[in-house]
Design a protein. Structure first.
Lengths: 372, 312, 463
């Protein structure tokens, strides 16, 4: 598996894909991107070995090590012992990552960190963002809809944000940059990355990531929201699944908006939203095509949409004709479980043992009867 | 009061709350000492063993640090719950136990006789549950400290038949699989399916067949002498008629044989209280909570229950 | 007057069953020469006659004594009838429909439920008659216990009608005597030996005993030609359980102080269960229970509140061996409980159904007859010790009389254990070793009187 997770960045866990600067939508492939990758508490970038997770006192998705890790155990939806789930389907939250978040939940807040990467998606996955201007601001939207502003810190050549997670439920990392005016356009960049924490959710279970007012004192003007057919998919997007999304502009469905899905292999599919602002993408397999299947290997897919409003204005002395909104939603995709799991074999074994067990019992009974 | 009917009712309510309760935002946390499998979507309250296995998979320094507190809280909560209700977690709440009891009910309806294991086998296999409990503690520790493959993550959950079976009750077959990704997962998940395959036919003839080997029972049995809910025996009143032994789904012979000890919550006891019901001697067996008698064997009760059985 | 007639009946029955000829072939049977010429009484018939006359006298004497007792409940009439029928050869003791099979049983170990389920009638043959002991002595060594001798007498000679009418005799190998009389009885009856294990704590013993119960079931099915299925067995269990329910009610009544019924009458009531069908007996006990409960309500008693409350344990006391209970109650004490396999605990332990399938029923039956049984034939004394202690507690017993037959070794051996346990509880115990012979009555009376005096003394001290 190439660039994305070939070992240079084993911590694929939670990443915030922030589209920093776009050229035009027509040139999506050239888009420069920025990332947030969760790291362990010591700020160490976990090694590519599986022990990375073990050193990770802060645990979380960082625990999801590459090859060989994980026992194929899905972290059950009801399991409060595991930590992060991503709405986009986090296979990571299974197995190895368990327990930690549960502890975090019950004992106050635990700091999670995310490194910021930048570059052209997907080519710039390799390293965190270093020097250079970064005007984006970050928030963590907590399950109770409280917004926590995050500070960007410089750490050697890298930048990171820190955010606490305590209770379980839906979280959303949000990045926003609206400072650039170029070529008569003011650019508003929104980047979303949702994830779920295992654990007891305060109050009513919040499973709805749909548009919520109150963002940034107003609304996130352009939003991509993903819908899920069942809870299992919320933390585990698999190849073959359909990603159903809706684009909202100022809280209302945005029809005929261009929306694209870019995979970490640079494959791209572009669609337009329907009258209800909705679009559907089938998650493809290309990332997992060669070699033996590693069920824990994931790829980051990026959804991107944009919208232009003709609303002239002036931004700190920079006049503009239009406002241009770009929003991204990143999520992790896992291989299809059929690649390493067999239900058919399970059914065969089940039926076989049932029959053998039943037959053994019947035989033993018959023998007993003849004796008596 | 018909205790077995009450028990069935409590079991059914617990079953619905635990398995389906999550849908209406019922949440008893994830530290329950009972086999309410956390792999069931929206489980109303989860088995603490999965969290235990995950949390133990840490390096020792972490376990001795803040993680230790987390771990202690987890174990402490489960232990506290264990002390309060004792094995009633098994006999009155556990969904897997309930399923087995339902299968037994079905067998009773058809009128097929039960099977018992020879005494020696019961005795020999008693230790299996402790071995499983030890493994589900030691293997995660080995993952965290000795570099054991993460494929051994939550080893017991991987081999537990409740994982494929319980989600089926919600139409979820996703756990009904064999995992070919590595040898350990292949072995463990195959074991789970084999156990699930044996579950139906074996528990059809052998009451509570799975419980005898359940590591949760092993865990609960660590607290059975200090449990607030208790089963007491007055040896002098006992005639050793064997009625309790025949009623016991766990085939515990001590309940009949013991003449000296007064606390009869033995390691395999699930506090279903069938023994108390089947006992014809006044006050020979009593169930107590905090020392207060809640149910006791009585001749009158015995006669009444027997007449129901013979008049049918 | 009717001696001749009875003789004929007896001899006729014996011949009719083909046992006389069998005995003739072996050449050793006591009635071997009697069978050839019915009109002229043989030696054994003369002996049988003599015994019958003596038995009649004993029974009459008992009832003459009893009828003077004005405190007896009216409900005793039914039970009296059964025992009065012992007079004149006991034709009316066991009343049986024509064609119905009768199974004679020994000891408490023979599962009656199975017999009822097969459609046959159980009749327990444990005997308490001094008169027939003499005949039994011909077959058994001197040291044999009087009960076995008495039974042998009735079984081998046509004295009591119903002993001769048994279609099958079920005999458990409870003690050495019972184990060995099977061969002798086989000359007169079809005998089904039930192997009883001695160590009942073993799994193998339970399996073995269950197998024995199943074998007995097959034997009964062959006898009556009826299959013992679930329905029939359940029915039988219900019938016996109903009787037991009344027994438990009766036991509760006996716990009352002051006593509302004499111990001797209690022995008679439970003893009568040997001979009648379970339903009439149950009905009779039920009405008696009502009467006694009324007595409790009305404050009618048969003994003074201060009367010493005594309990009997040990070798069973069976009609007409009313020696000990009569002495006790003549001395003003009251017999409140007993631990005899023929009365006090005869119907105490019950079949306990669990799932109610046929195998469950059979297992429950096997368990009922062996596991809770406190017969000293088992290696373990714990059950008996605890049962005695519990009875002492429940019935507020002040003194225990340990009754041992001469030759009844199991009870004799256990005596020490029981005595020690009672001593620990501070309950005095008197050991009485006797047999069915009336010669030692006065001596026994003196000893028991002294014992009761010490009890009173103790009561006085403590008061």
């Amino acid at each position: 598996m190439p660039r994305f997770s070939s070992g240079r960045l084993p911590v694929l866990g939670i990443g915030l894909a922030l589209l920093l600067q776009a050229t035009t939508v027509e040139a999506v492939a050239e888009t420069r991107t920025m990332w947030l990758g969760l790291v362990d508490r010591d700020g160490q970038r976990p090694s590519q070995e599986r022990t990375a997770a073990d050193r990770t006192a802060g645990g979380g998705p960082g625990e999801r090590a590459p090859a060989g890790q994980g026992a194929g155990m899905r972290m059950p939806s009801g399991d409060r012992g595991a930590d992060m789930r991503m709405p986009s389907g986090d296979r990571a939250a299974r197995g190895g990552s368990g327990g930690e978040g549960g502890g975090a939940r019950s004992h106050g807040e635990r700091m999670q960190k995310a490194l910021i990467y930048e570059g052209v998606f997907p080519q710039a996955n390799a390293r965190p963002a270093g020097a250079g201007p970064l005007d984006a601001r970050f928030w963590l939207e907590r399950p109770d809809h409280r917004l926590v502003p995050l500070t960007v810190r410089q750490e050697g050549p890298r930048r990171r944000v820190e955010f606490p997670t305590g209770t379980g439920g839906d979280y959303r990392l949000i990045g926003y940059d609206g400072d650039r005016v170029a070529g008569g356009s003011r650019l508003h960049l929104y980047a979303y990355y949702g994830f779920m924490m295992h654990g007891e959710v305060p109050g009513k279970v919040q499973r709805d990531t749909a548009y919520r007012p109150g963002f940034l004192g107003g609304t996130p003007r352009l939003e991509i929201v993903r819908f899920f057919d069942n809870d299992g998919d919320r933390y585990r997007s698999r190849v073959g699944h359909t990603a159903r999304v809706q684009v909202l502009f100022e809280g209302k469905p945005l029809a005929n908006a261009p929306i694209s899905l870019t995979t970490s292999q640079d494959w791209q599919r572009r669609l337009q939203t329907d009258a209800d602002g909705k679009a559907e993408f089938t998650l493809i397999k290309e990332e997992f095509r060669d070699g033996p299947i590693d069920k824990n290997r994931t790829a980051l897919f990026l959804l991107q949409t944009e919208h232009v409003e003709d609303s002239p204005g002036n931004y700190f002395g920079n006049p503009y004709e239009r406002e241009r909104f770009v929003a991204t939603l990143a999520f992790q995709v896992f291989p299809d479980s059929n690649e390493w799991e067999s239900k058919r074999v399970a059914y065969l074994i089940f039926v076989f043992t049932t029959l053998v067990g039943g037959a053994a019992i019947v035989t033993q009974r018959l023998r007993r009867r003849t004796r008596a | 009061m018909n205790v077995q009917r009450l028990r069935l009712l409590v079991q059914a309510i617990s079953f619905v709350l635990l398995i389906y309760g999550g849908a209406v935002a019922i949440d008893f946390g994830s530290k329950l000492p009972t086999f309410s499998c956390a792999f069931v979507e929206d489980v109303g309250g989860g088995c603490f063993l999965i969290a235990l296995q995950h949390q133990l998979a840490r390096p020792l320094p972490a376990l001795l640090g803040t993680m230790g507190v987390t771990l202690l809280v987890l174990i402490g909560t489960a232990a506290l719950l264990a002390v309060v209700l004792n094995k009633a977690w098994c006999g009155w709440i556990c969904p897997v136990g309930f399923l087995q009891d339902l299968i037994t009910k079905l067998r009773n309806l058809i009128g097929i006789d039960l099977s018992r294991l020879p005494w020696s086998s019961v005795k020999r296999y008693r230790s299996v549950k402790y071995v499983l409990l030890a493994l589900l503690i030691l293997l995660p520790l080995a993952i965290g400290n000795l570099g054991l493959s993460r494929d051994w993550t939550a080893p017991f959950c991987q081999m537990c038949p409740a994982r494929p079976l319980l989600p089926l009750l919600k139409g979820d077959t996703s756990e009904f699989h064999v995992d070919f990704s590595s040898i350990p997962t292949l072995v463990l998940t195959t074991l789970a399916i084999v156990l699930a395959g044996l579950f139906v036919p074996v528990s059809f003839v052998k009451r509570r067949f799975f419980c005898s080997y359940c590591p949760m029972l092993a865990f609960l049995s660590l607290f059975d002498k200090v449990g607030l809910l208790s089963l007491r025996k007055d040896g002098q009143r006992c005639t050793r008629c064997g009625s309790c032994y025949r009623a016991c789904p766990m085939e515990i012979r001590e309940i009949e044989e013991e003449k000296v000890k007064t606390n009869l919550v033995t390691q395999d006891c699930i506090l279903c209280l069938r023994c108390v019901e089947s006992c014809p001697e006044n006050k020979a067996l009593t169930a107590t909570f905090l020392g207060i008698e809640v149910f006791r064997a009585s001749e009158a009760g015995f006669l009444e229950r027997q007449s129901k059985k013979t008049e049918q | 007057m009717d001696l001749r007639k009875m003789m004929t009946i007896g001899a006729g029955r014996a011949r009719g069953k083909g046992e006389a000829s069998a005995a003739a072939q072996t050449g050793g049977g006591p009635q071997a020469d009697g069978a050839a010429s019915p009109p002229k009484p043989s030696k054994s018939e003369r002996l049988a006659n003599k015994v019958r006359i003596n038995l009649d006298m004993t029974v009459r004497e008992i009832f003459d004594g009893i009828e003077e007792d004005r405190t007896r409940p009216d409900g005793m009439a039914y039970f009296d009838r059964i025992f009065k029928a012992f007079i004149h050869g006991g034709k009316d003791v066991v009343r049986l429909e024509a064609g119905r099979k009768m199974v004679g049983t020994y000891c408490v170990f023979v599962p009656e439920e199975l017999i009822y389920a097969s459609g046959a009638r159980p009749v327990r043959l444990c005997a308490g008659s001094y008169e027939s002991v003499e005949i039994g002595e011909d077959h058994l060594p001197d040291v044999a216990c009087p009960m076995v001798k008495s039974e042998m007498g009735f079984s081998t000679l046509p004295i009591l009608d119903f002993y001769q009418r048994c279609d099958l005799v079920a005999l458990p190998t409870s003690c050495d005597w019972k184990t060995k009389i099977g061969e002798i009885l086989a000359e007169h009856h079809d005998v089904h030996m039930l192997g009883l294990p001695r160590i009942k704590e073993l799994e193998a013993s339970r399996d073995f005993w269950l197998e024995e119960v199943l074998r007995f079931k097959q034997s009964l099915e062959r006898l009556t030609g009826k299959r013992i299925d679930r329905k029939r067995l359940q029915d039988a269990i219900r019938r016996v359980q109903r009787a037991q329910r009344e027994v438990h009610r009766f036991h509760e009544i006996r716990k009352h102080t002051p006593a509302v019924i004499h111990g001797r009458d209690a022995l008679e009531i439970l003893n009568a269960y040997f001979y009648d069908e379970v339903e009439p007996w149950t009905a009779a006990l039920a009405s008696l229970n009502e009467e006694l409960e009324q007595r409790i309500a009305n404050g009618v008693h048969v003994a003074k509140p201060t009367a010493a409350r005594l309990m009997l344990t040990g070798s069973p006391v069976v009609f007409p061996n009313w020696k000990i209970p009569t002495i006790l109650e003549e001395l003003g004490a009251v017999l409140v409980a007993d631990e005899f396999c023929t009365s006090g605990r005869y119907l105490s332990d019950m079949v306990s159904l669990d799932e109610g399938t046929l195998p469950d029923m059979l297992e429950a039956i096997a368990d009922r007859y062996m596991l809770p049984c406190s017969c000293p034939t088992f290696s373990n004394t714990t059950e008996r010790r605890d049962r005695v202690l519990q009875l002492v507690e429940d019935y507020r017993v002040e003194g225990v009389i340990y009754h041992v037959f001469k030759g009844c070794h199991p009870f004799d051996i256990e005596m020490k254990t029981i005595e020690t346990a009672l001593q620990k509880k501070g309950v005095p115990m008197l050991k009485v070793e006797t047999d069915y012979a009336p010669q030692d009555i006065e001596q026994l009376r003196t000893r028991i009187e002294a014992f009761i005096e010490t009890l009173k003394g103790r009561a006085g001290v403590s008061a």
